[in-house]
Ligand binder design. Sequence first.
Ligand code: CA
Length: 453
Amino acid sequence: MRHLLFLASLLLTASAFAAKPNVLLIIADDLGYHDLGFQGSKEIPTPNLDKLAAQSLVCTNGYVSHPFCSPTRAGIMTGRYQQRFGHENNPAWLPQDTVAGLPLTETTFPQLMQKAGYTTGAVGKWHLGAHPQFHPNKRGFDEYFGALGGGHMYFPGTGGGAEYNIPLNRNGKDEAQTKYLTEQFGDEASSFVERHAAEAKPWMLYLAFNAPHTPLQAPQKWLDKFSQITDKNRQTYAAMVCAMDEAVGSVLAKLDATKQRENTLIYFVSDNGGPNLQAKSGSNFTDNSPLRGAKGMVYEGGMRVPFLVSWPAKIKPGKYDLPVIALDFLPTSLAAAESADLTPKNLDGVNLLPFLSGEKTRAPHDTLFWRSGGPGGNNAVRRGSLKLVRLGKAEPELYDLATDIGESKNLAAEKPEVVKELVSAIAEWEKGTIAPIFESPRAGKPAAKKKKK
Ligand code: CA
């Protein structure tokens, strides 16, 4: 009898282990809110992401924790508001700088997944520090291939400055770019998925495209598809989104071919809203409608993003309308990996699984916060459907997103008590934050380290 029990418990352990899902986190860069088929675009067809959306809970009130690149990634990698540890700017490309990067004091998402028994890989844009101490292999990823800086040229040898034209990097060694970068990242991710398919260990893959971030460069076959778009910038941007959609499709096809799709938990977001480059180009080539604002701003256009969660084995496709944030990916993944006990106590993200399944009907978050530019910079806070925006020293603005997704009708004068409550919520939240520990690089001026007080 005791033998039987022992055998049964062994079998249970084995099946529980086998049941752990793979985790695939896909990030787009500077994608416009409206620029995907499932987000309503009629202009840019994205059949692969649309198919993923049909297999997903589409989170209609999905956010990232910052309106621009690196801080959003720092939030995803830690499950914490990045202002808590001073990561509120983009690190400059300074390989000798030990400060400008995701602080080593933070425990990362892939480090925790490794503890949960996962093989971890990252493909694509890193942008969490140029010093070797910040390299993905040092921050929890068993495997890395990609561009370590904040962006990269799409065609090999096409020029460009600073980190946009450095060699790609594989596990700490330079490697040549061989093709259109988005396609190469897709190939690399497919290869990872295939390589680890037959292993007993589950895997986590962080696939961070730099597309469709500038520079505007696209393969001719996709440019030809959009010959009807007369604005050159918009045409190229649309072609870049399609190239990314095709790369995502190749990874999804590989998951199907290796019979891993059913038990793979996939997230898809953009790292921030589409930029408004109207002043520079004479044309606004991303489309953030119906949202107000753009990349860099704390209006919805800055950080409300296309947001998918898909796990065919466990999550029923459909729509989820309560606010969620990319900080939730870490605790949700640990819970999915049956390793919730590894979840650090200091997270801002929550395990979404009981909410997405309908087991819990209340909102996953009572309040969500954003801040850009350090203390005294631009703040936003959302509680229920009400959102307060405070730009520096200006009077706070208040919007009801349930009826006014475009933040066009300022209700601050009508609801002074709500304004007061949300302003004090910001003050309370800011007690748990610090000033930025490094500055974003400025054109023509090397990034100076900010002295800590
Ligand atoms: Ca970005």
